[in-house]
Design a protein. Structure first.
Length: 254
């Protein structure tokens, strides 16, 4: 299971790594499937990310076959929502993260081709990639997670560090990206796997090798976790419950 989305009709969408998408209605208990056996418009059964936008379109990122779009109302694929040029850019490319900025703009995190801003209405996309000689750009081209916080700041976790973009002052022709958990001199950083914003607007960061971090008062702090007296180093997912307890999925359980 790589990703989960939910709609307003009681349907849960489970993205799997080999079986396409499983849809389960928790009210009726009915289960249906979207996969390459029943839809040729799904480019791969290996799903890495999903995003259900406000217009009831399910954007689907695959392991190595780009992007697809499914209308949950008509139950039809509407891949024409993806411009031909974006489809070509994402050929044989993984889409590991998706995030909605507005009704007409989504951000796409690719595995190797950087961060992509896509204007759905005008079918125009811009990509931002790592350049060793330009420290105002991405710290890495493998994007595993994206989050837009309540202050209109976009956070993009890469294979080497965390990137911060202020969307209030964003200029596609003069982008300025701030780096965290990244050594600019050595061009190395932490592999960021997941991001989560809590009720206090704190940003929690799960990494592959250095465990859990929290961003508060403009400072990142490492939060030490242990399971059975063993230090937790790999964080896959983070969430909270109704009592504001933090739940963390790790290589050593929850």
């Amino acid at each position: 299971m790589s990703s989960i989305e939910a709609d307003n009709n009681g349907n849960l969408y489970f993205g799997t790594e080999g079986g396409g998408i499983t849809i389960q209605n928790y009210l009726t208990k009915k289960v249906t499937y979207i996969n390459k056996n029943n839809s040729k418009k799904l480019p791969s059964n290996n799903i890495k990310s999903m995003l259900l936008t406000d217009d009831n379109l399910l954007w689907i990122g695959t392991f190595n076959a780009g992007l697809a779009v499914y209308d949950i109302n008509s139950k039809q694929f509407v891949n024409y929502k993806i411009s031909k040029s974006l489809q070509e850019y994402l050929i044989q490319t993984g889409v590991y993260a998706l995030e909605q900025e507005s009704d007409s703009v989504i951000w796409i995190g690719s595995f190797g081709k950087g961060l992509i801003r896509y204007d759905i209405e005008n079918q125009v996309f811009n990509y931002f990639r790592h350049q060793p000689d330009n420290l105002s750009l991405l710290s890495g081209d493998i994007i595993r997670t994206i989050h837009i916080d309540k202050n209109d700041v976009l956070w993009a976790g890469t294979q080497r560090g965390l990137n911060k973009i202020n969307l209030k002052t964003f200029n596609v022709d003069n982008i300025d990206i701030k780096h965290f958990l990244f050594n600019q001199e050595k061009i190395i950083g932490e592999a960021v796997l997941t991001l989560f914003e809590d009720a206090k607007n704190r940003i929690w960061v799960g990494t592959k090798y250095k465990g859990l971090f929290v961003y508060e008062n403009d400072v990142f702090k490492n939060v030490e976790l242990q399971v059975n007296d063993k230090l937790v180093t790999t964080i896959h997912a983070i969430t909270t419950d109704n009592s504001n307890n933090l739940w963390v999925s790790t290589n050593q359980g929850i």
